[in-house]
Design a binder for this molecule. Structure first.
Ligand SMILES: [Cu+2]
Length: 139
């Protein structure tokens, strides 16, 4: 019985444990929520141990993929479209609910917990980093 519990805990904690690296850039905690209608958003934490870079685009095999930022404007939550997002030198960039997110639109399949969504982050200097967003049920 003890053994079973240990295995179960290991499985749970490994869901978001995957990390992706390219040069000085490391992406962890890449996740998405189940689809809401025909769209969903992707989130991740990026750590940069080197000089400043720029996230130029996020690409994936869906009709529309954009970088958005949720903002409060006059008490209304709006989304701003970014053509690029700066990656600070020796710093972190957070894509998280309520802030920056990758917007996936025009989806024809439903995403459910455990699905893995493939996407590529295109950096100005570092190049292309392929990552997967693990679909996680909303808290
Ligand atoms: Cu959005």
């Amino acid at each position: 019985m003890k053994h079973l519990i240990a295995v179960f805990l290991t499985m749970c904690s490994s869901v978001l444990a995957e990390s992706y690296s390219l040069g000085d850039i490391t992406v962890t905690e890449s996740f998405s929520y189940p689809t809401n209608g025909r769209s969903s958003a992707g989130y991740f934490t990026l750590t940069n141990d080197g000089p400043a870079d720029v996230l130029m685009d996020v690409t994936a095999d869906f009709p529309r993929v954009m970088m958005h930022q949720s903002l409060m404007q006059d008490g209304v939550m709006t989304m701003k479209h970014h053509m690029m997002v700066e990656v600070p030198a020796q710093g972190e960039l957070e894509f998280a609910p309520g802030g920056y997110h990758v917007m996936f639109m025009g989806l024809s399949d439903r995403w459910t917990g455990g699905d893995e969504i493939e996407a590529s982050l295109q950096f100005k200097n570092a190049g292309t980093l392929d990552i997967k967003f693990t679909v996680t049920e909303r808290p």
